[in-house]
Ligand binder design. Structure first.
Ligand SMILES: NCc1[nH]cc(CCC(=O)O)c1CC(=O)O
Length: 311
């Protein structure tokens, strides 16, 4: 029986296309009928994040920049599913849409790239680190207050090109993204999470779809990773409690070992001068509550300072 193809929405950046291709292949491996020629189709959707290149995203607005047009394409029935880096997905989804599944997480850490040094620690004093991520900038300055943070925008390939052209002396990128691009060898160093705590959900891909598409949702469970879903759920609960946006430098990572979950979270001032941390351990079954409590703890600790300095 001829069916309508499953239309997969994706951003058009090289990283987005690479990861959407991986997700499509996983779906095909789980569902032989979808592996048939023409059973799935990629639809490239241009997002604000792909267009506006001259200002830091933290100035333009929230994370929605990476996902809004894809969500619009879902709501207007131009695509059936949308593949996202979960890091880019806001904690509040538009009415009628759900994250149907989260896939197994890749390495959540950040990589250090530089033509001038093989580690962040040995980068010459006064060097310029290009990043528009307030989270990365704050953590770099915590370890190396002598360095200067300069804005560096664009997709991963653009940023690597600008680094080579000398726009900055070093940059940081998610190793998961570099691996998907086949460019992990560009990393001089992978920073330990103790030195550079990742963004909420970094390294995890998710699939969004219409809440009413129960058959699609059911079929996507074949590519879901229960452990990652729980870990990312805890991290997103922390973020939601803090009302985090691109303007607020927040890092969080949940790790699961058997039935125990450990959640680390840090809230920074962008200049790296101050930070507040939380470290909680509990039962995997309590993941969301642990996330909310950790977020509330950070909010209480940072208190007035946080609200005053971040608008
Ligand atoms: N903000 C863009 C973005 N969104 C997700 C990733 C990395 C891949 C991932 O976390 O799955 C990146 C690039 C980067 O931060 O280096």
């Amino acid at each position: 029986m001829a069916r309508r193809p499953l239309r997969i929405g994706t951003r058009g950046s090289p990283m987005a296309l690479a990861q959407t291709g991986m997700v499509r292949d996983r779906i095909a491996a789980a569902h032989p009928d979808l592996a048939e020629p023409g059973a799935m189709e990629l639809v490239v959707v241009t997002t604000v994040a792909d267009k506006v290149l001259d200002r830091p995203l933290s100035e333009i607005g929230g994370k929605g920049l990476f996902t809004k047009e894809l969500e619009q394409a879902l709501l207007t029935d131009q695509v059936d599913i949308a593949v996202h880096s979960m890091k880019d997905v806001e904690t509040w989804l538009p009415d009628g849409l759900v994250i149907a599944c989260i896939l197994e997480r890749d390495d959540p850490r950040d990589a250090f790239l530089s033509p001038r040094a093989n580690s962040l620690a040995t980068l010459a004093p006064g060097s310029r680190v290009g990043t528009s991520s307030l989270r990365r900038g704050a953590q770099v300055l915590m370890h190396r207050p002598d360095l200067t943070i300069v804005p560096l925008r664009g997709n991963a390939n653009t940023r690597m090109k600008r680094l080579e052209e000398g726009a900055c002396d070093a940059t940081l990128l998610a190793i998961a993204g570099l691996e998907r691009l086949g460019l992990a060898d560009r990393a001089q160093e992978i920073l330990p999470v103790s030195a550079m705590l990742p963004a909420v959900a970094q390294g995890a891909l998710g699939i969004e779809c219409r809440a009413g598409d129960t058959e699609v949702i059911a079929r996507l469970q074949a590519v879901a990773c229960p452990t990652t879903t729980i870990a990312v759920g805890a991290e997103r609960a922390l973020l939601e409690e803090l009302d985090g946006s691109c303007r607020t430098p927040i890092a969080a990572l949940a790790q699961i070992d058997g039935d125990r979950l450990t959640l680390d979270g840090i809230l920074f001032l962008p200049d790296g001068s101050t930070h507040w941390s939380t470290h909680r351990t509990g039962r995997v079954a309590d993941a969301l509550a642990i996330g909310r409590e950790a977020g509330a703890e950070l909010k209480a600790k940072a208190g007035e300072t946080y609200r005053a300095k971040l608008q």
